[in-house]
Design a protein around this ligand. Structure first.
Ligand code: PMT
Length: 403
């Protein structure tokens, strides 16, 4: 069994800023945190494992092939042991390897194997930081729910001035400790729907929409990070499942409807981030519809079930958070939906001019019965964290007023 202390795995990679991590380890231990350090081979050229062993009070691991180390606490146990993993300083090389799922050293293997929230604190020359390849790798990590800490601007060891400095040890410590406080959904069960629905016309064609699932997947990851037991009901998307989240894949609105109702039986909160198709072809052909030259194809569309609306109509149902995708009169339409569908909250997003769908960033205006909040444009991973914090507050408020 693990002690009640918080458990943070600190991954150190090769960069001159590695010396600052000695201070980070000390400051974490001052907060009664159990720290284990894993170093890349490169990091050992800047700081010795002996230094980190003295500071952490734990054996330091470098190699996957360290038989004694693997016998003591293997890489999978290390990954399970950690409640948080921080890679600091994170070199451009390590960021690239993490973004591409490499597992050719102990640190990258542990990052792949852990279900804990991962933090990456980049540190490199400002020109390297600005390089499109580095920026693309960082964006990939962000989209997978990794929290990127920094970098800071300022003068660099190489004499340059610009963005690329490692954040200060106390800033890294504060970010890590704050993430433990965000246990706002501990003990709750949350169901999230995400992505589009596909309504098949024939074995080849379907009616769908542009939802990529990113918003809903980010909400699921943020809810899990806030301590909830999360079930994610995903339409057809090509996204990795966020760590620690149960996933149910569906295709059509009716399949999503069935999955949401069954998974929401004993859920505390439902977040409808999915772009559910309102209509489907009134029949699906078993063979590919042959094109009749010069003849238009006319479709008769039948109405799909209103998933969140049917939850709201139940005598007992989860706390309901809808999304509203609007291209005009966003506030009016969203607030009307809040009332009409009988929801507890609605997150409105303006999806005109290419916004919302598929984008890495989004902005939300969140409404509830007696208030609202604007969450400005930011990456969906961070936006989802802020939405989840709001939902947790309103959920607790609703529970208090219903008790
Ligand atoms: O997936 P991304 O590419 O990241 O894009 C994110 C998003 C734009 C899809 C997301 O932010 C969003 O707005 N999702 C809701 C899209 C939508 O269907 O909005 P709506 O206004 O049509 O529906 C309102 C609410 O009713 C939504 O919670 C929706 O899930 C729900 N609904 C709608 C229709 C239906 N038949 N059943 C439902 O439950």
């Amino acid at each position: 069994m693990h002690s009640a202390k918080r458990r943070i795995l600190v991954g150190v990679t090769g960069g001159i800023a590695a010396y600052k991590i000695c201070e980070l380890v000390r400051r974490l231990r001052d907060r009664d945190v159990e720290v284990r350090v894993v170093m890349t081979e490169g990091a050992t050229h800047f700081v010795t494992p002996t230094t980190f062993q003295a500071l952490s009070g734990q054996p330091v691991r470098v190699s996957l092939w360290d038989e004694a180390g693997e016998a003591a606490m293997g890489h999978i146990e290390l990954a399970r042991w950690a409640e948080r993993v921080i890679v600091a300083p994170a070199s451009a090389d390590t960021i690239a390897r993490l973004a591409h799922g490499f597992a050719n050293d102990l640190l990258s293997t542990v990052v792949l194997a852990t279900a804990a929230p991962v933090f990456v604190a980049p540190a490199m020359n400002q020109q390297m930081w600005a390089h499109p390849a580095v920026q693309a790798n960082v964006a990939t990590l962000r989209q997978r729910g990794v929290t990127i800490l920094g970098p800071a601007d300022g003068d660099q060891a190489c004499g340059d001035i610009g963005s690329g400095r490692l954040l200060e040890p106390n800033e890294l410590r504060d970010a890590l400790m704050a993430s433990f406080n965000n246990r706002t959904l501990a003990g709750t069960r949350v169901v999230v729907s995400a992505g589009p629905t596909y309504e098949d016309l024939d074995p080849v064609r379907f009616i769908g929409n542009r939802s990529s699932g990113r918003m809903g997947f980010a909400v699921a990851a943020a809810a899990r990070e806030a301590g909830a037991d999360v079930t994610l009901i995903a339409g057809p998307v090509s996204l990795p499942t966020p760590y620690g989240v149960h996933r149910v894949d569906v295709r059509s609105a009716r399949q999503m409807h069935e999955a949401v109702l069954s998974q929401s039986q004993n859920a505390d909160i439902y977040v409808g981030a999915a772009a559910v198709g309102d209509y489907r072809p009134d029949s699906t052909a078993s063979e590919k519809l042959k094109k009749q030259e010069g003849q238009p194809l006319r479709l008769e569309l039948a109405e799909n079930p209103d998933i969140i609306g049917s939850l709201a109509a139940m005598p007992t149902h989860p706390f309901l958070v809808g999304f509203a995708a609007e291209t005009q009169s966003v506030a009016d339409y969203a607030q009307a939906k809040l009332q009409r569908k009988g929801l507890d909250m609605i997150a409105a997003n303006d999806v005109s001019a290419g916004r919302g769908f598929e984008q890495t960033n989004n902005a939300l205006h969140v409404y509830w019965a007696d208030g609202d909040a604007v969450l400005p444009d930011m990456p969906k991973t961070e936006l989802a964290r802020q939405l989840v914090t709001l939902v947790a507050e309103r959920y607790r408020h609703a529970r208090k007023s219903n008790s």
